[in-house]
Structure formats: structure tokens, C-alpha cells
Design a binder for this molecule. Structure first.
Ligand SMILES: NC(=O)c1ccc[n+]([C@@H]2O[C@H](COP(=O)([O-])OP(=O)(O)OC[C@H]3O[C@@H](n4cnc5c(N)ncnc54)[C@H](O)[C@@H]3O)[C@@H](O)[C@H]2O)c1
Length: 425
């Protein structure tokens, strides 16, 4: 009831409500809506709110600025942290959330429709706050912190597959300056966020943009990793015909035995109605491929960076002036219409609202517990990429099960002995 009455306030035409007041009210509602389902973060917050273990820490975040991110930041603030944030992608910024965070005295360096230059300047503004712990999604903040040799940093965390690859490259060149916990590698992150989260939100981004019927269409999904698996199984569930393209023979075989059509990209180019890249790799769909595609084809990217589809080539070609739908551009390639969704950037966060709150609860619970772990243990950590400690992963899974009201069985002592001390074998 309270939410409905607030919503009617923000819809009011009353002049005293300025644009930023309206956004703030919307941001409060967005936060409350996400908080309702983010029960794991709430439990962690309840546990540590009184002792405030982050009170002597300055935290720098580089994340997509969504309602779920506001729940993570408000929890970190309640644990005593001083917080600054910039966005992990120039366009993944929900303005209502920005207003809400600013109202709650969190330093936000991000503006809707910021240019690439402003995006990088905003990352530097977070660096200039001298953060102690950095939480990143894509390792942009980590890279700049390393280039500038920022002394204040005692450790960091990384959210996504593409960011982990960049950190591994720093590590293999002996350039890592502080310990980083690879949150993406937690089972309770990639098995659920990358797979079930994006499996739903990529479809949401597609439908919000195109509103097309998925059943009967031919989708080509490049990459059968966690994201690709989620996306292709959701598409199949909606009646699409799905072809997978892969470079890893094991993943390709897995896709085949999961019942998908598996082909080389070049062989399927003339047949796909919609292509979705989910690889984390560059140049997956390149200049030579566009003219071989069907007239009217749709292209979208689910990977972290906008390098999977050759958008620079597309953007150098004639563009149809009429924009038929938000987040949709149409290029003329040899007389064919080639539609690009969300400028080839991560579709679910630009054309949609990102992953559902329940799944971000798992990912961000790993983030918050990893931040707490660094705050407590940084003196004993080496300059390397760490896995999320198993006890954190297990704790997040237990908390998630209890949030979903699920109880599971326990091994008896006899069963434990059978597994671990089986002398009869
Ligand atoms: N949109 C989101 O919300 C979201 C969420 C999680 C991860 N991500 C991003 O999505 C990307 C994929 O993540 P993931 O966890 O699935 O990674 P993953 O490593 O599990 O899977 C990537 C797959 O792509 C395959 N691949 C690489 N190059 C290819 C090519 N040229 N053609 C075909 N297949 C190719 C790899 O063999 C691998 O199987 C990353 O950039 C990651 O950061 C996005």
C-alpha cells in the first residue's frame, strides 16, 4: 500500500516535483523492490551492522548502476564503509538509482548517456578518492589503479569472466599489485548469475527492444560457456530453433549432446534471424560476415565488452535515419538491413534492467563477504588472484536455500565414513 501511494505521488503533475525529485522517489522504490528479494545481503547486513567492520575502509566500486547494486552499496554503507562508485559500462546506468545513492551520501561518478571520455574520467574520479578496496566488473578500475600505482589499495574483487581474464594477464606478467578475489569463479556466482540470470535477462532485453515472437525464429548463439548455455536454453524453451557456434571442442560436443545444432559461424550466417555473442572474445562477428546475413537480421551482444561484433565497421556504413525502436539501429550493408541492438554493448543491462534481483543477491553476497574477508585478512594475502574461499561459497548457497525456504538432507556419520574413510575399498 505504501509503495502504491508513493508511486501515485511521483506520477503527479504537481510542479513542486522536479525531475530529480521524481527520479529520487523512483530510485527509493527501485531499491525497496530489489531489497524485498535480496534476502542474503540483508542477512549479512543484519549480522554485521552493529560491529561495523568496514568503518575504517574507503571502498571504490565500478559496477553497473542498477537497483541491485544500490542494495549492495547500502549494505556496505551500513557496515561502516565510505563509498564511491562509477559505472562498469558507459551506458549501464539507471538514473533513478543514481539519485537514490547520491541522496544516501554515496559518491556517484556516472551520468546517463555519458561519453566514453566522461566514462573514463569518472573511473579516475573513483581512483582519486584513494580507495582501500576495489570492487570491479570488467577490471577497468583495477587496470587504471595498476597503471597509476595507487598506494592506498589493500585488495580487490572482480565480478565477471572478462575481468578475470585481464587480471590473470596482469598476474602472469608479475604486475599484480594487490590481492584480488575472483568473485566470478565462485560456484554461487557463475553457475547462477552467468547462466540463469543472463539466460533470462538477455531475452528480456531482446523482447523490450524488438517485441518479436521468439518461437520459430532461428537464433545463433556464439559461445556455449555459462552465459551461452543460459541464453540458448531459454531461447529453446520459448520455441526458437538454436544453433551454437564454438571454438572449444568440449563445449561444442556438450552443446551437440544437449540437443543443439552446432555449426561454424560462416556456415550459418545466411540462415540466422538473430545472432547473440556470448564469448568474451573480440571480432566474433566481423566485417566479412555482415553481407552474408539475411536481410533484416538482428545482432546483439551479451559479453562484457563491445568488441564481439565489429561495430566500428557497421557504424562506418550508411544508417537508416528512422529509429524504429529504442536501442535499435539499422545499417545498410549492400542493400541489406542489419539491425544492431544496444550498440553492440551488453544488451541485458542497456536494453533491460540487468539480471533479476534474486540472482544478483547471490553474486553480491559473494562480493560483500569477499570485501569483509579482505578487510579482515589483507595483511596475510599475497599479490595474486584468489578464489572465493569455499566457506563463503557454501555460506551463500546455504543462505540462498533458506531464503527460498528449501531444506536439504545431511550425511549421517556412517555416510561420512563411507565417503572419506572407506577402508573396505
Ligand atoms: N550480460 C551479463 O549480464 C553477463 C553476465 C556474466 C558474464 N558476462 C560476460 O559474458 C561473457 C561470457 O561469459 P561466460 O561466463 O559465459 O564465459 P565462458 O568462458 O564460460 O564462456 C565463453 C565461451 O565462448 C567460447 N568462445 C570464445 N571465442 C569464441 C568464438 N570466437 N566463437 C565461438 N565461441 C567462442 C569459449 O570457448 C567459451 O566456451 C564474458 O564477457 C563475461 O564477462 C555477461
Amino acid at each position: 500500500m505504501e509503495i502504491r501511494s508513493q508511486y501515485s505521488i511521483i506520477k503527479s503533475k504537481d510542479k513542486k516535483y522536479t525531475n530529480s525529485t521524481i527520479l529520487l522517489e523512483k530510485g527509493k522504490l527501485s531499491y525497496e523492490w530489489a531489497l524485498n528479494t535480496m534476502k542474503i545481503i540483508s542477512k549479512i547486513r543484519e549480522k554485521y551492522e552493529r560491529s561495523k567492520p568496514l568503518s575504517s575502509f574507503n571502498l571504490g566500486f565500478c559496477l553497473h548502476i542498477t537497483k541491485e547494486t544500490s542494495v549492495l552499496l547500502m549494505a556496505a554503507k551500513a557496515l561502516g564503509a565510505n563509498i564511491s562508485i562509477c559505472s562498469a559500462n558507459p551506458l549501464s546506468i539507471q538514473e533513478d538509482v543514481v539519485e537514490f545513492l547520491k541522496y544516501n551520501e554515496i559518491n556517484v561518478f556516472a551520468t546517463k548517456n555519458q561519453t566514453k571520455k566522461e566514462f573514463f574520467n569518472n573511473i579516475i574520479k573513483v581512483i582519486n578518492t584513494n580507495p582501500n578496496i576495489i570492487t570491479d566488473d570488467g577490471a577497468e578500475l583495477h587496470s587504471i589503479a595498476h597503471n597509476r600505482k595507487i598506494k592506498s589499495i589493500i585488495g580487490g574483487t572482480e565480478e565477471t569472466t572478462s575481468g578475470i581474464l585481464r587480471i590473470l594477464s596482469l598476474q602472469s606478467n608479475n604486475k599484480l599489485n594487490y590481492a584480488i578475489i575472483g568473485v566470478n569463479e565462485a560456484k554461487t556466482k557463475h553457475l547462477f548469475d552467468n547462466r540463469y540470470g543472463t539466460g533470462q535477462s538477455i531475452i528480456d532485453g531482446l523482447l523490450r527492444t524488438l517485441g518479436i515472437l521468439i518461437a520459430g525464429k532461428h537464433f545463433v548463439v556464439s559461445g556455449y560457456g555459462w552465459v551461452g548455455k543460459g541464453v540458448s536454453s531459454s531461447l529453446r524453451g520459448l520455441g526458437a530453433k538454436v544453433t551454437i557456434t564454438e571454438v572449444d571442442p568440449i563445449k561444442a560436443l556438450e552443446a551437440h549432446l544437449d540437443g543443439f545444432n552446432v555449426q561454424r559461424l560462416k556456415d550459418v550466417l545466411p540462415n540466422g534471424d538473430c545472432f547473440i555473442t556470448c564469448t568474451g572474445q573480440r571480432d566474433v562477428i566481423s566485417k566479412k560476415d555482415f553481407s552474408l546475413m539475411k536481410n533484416g537480421v538482428f545482432l546483439a551482444n551479451a559479453g562484457h565488452f563491445d568488441v564481439e561484433i565489429d561495430i566500428h565497421y557497421l557504424q562506418s556504413q550508411d544508417k537508416f535515419p528512422k529509429q524504429m525502436r529504442p536501442h535499435l539501429e539499422c545499417y545498410n550493408i549492400n542493400g541489406k538491413k542489419i539491425h544492431l541492438i544496444a550498440k553492440g554493448r551488453v544488451i541485458n543491462l542497456i536494453a533491460g534492467e540487468g539480471n533479476a534481483s534474486e540472482v544478483m543477491d547471490l553474486s553480491f553476497a559473494n562480493q560483500l563477504l569477499s570485501i569483509l574477508y579482505i578487510a579482515e585478512n589483507y595483511k596475510n594475502l599475497k599479490k595474486k588472484l584468489y578464489e572465493v574461499p569455499k566457506e563463503i561459497d557454501d555460506q551463500v548457497a546455504q543462505l540462498a536455500l533458506s531464503a527460498f525456504g528449501i531444506k536439504i538432507d545431511k550425511l549421517s556419520q556412517r555416510q561420512i565414513d563411507y565417503y572419506y574413510n572407506n577402508s573396505s575399498l
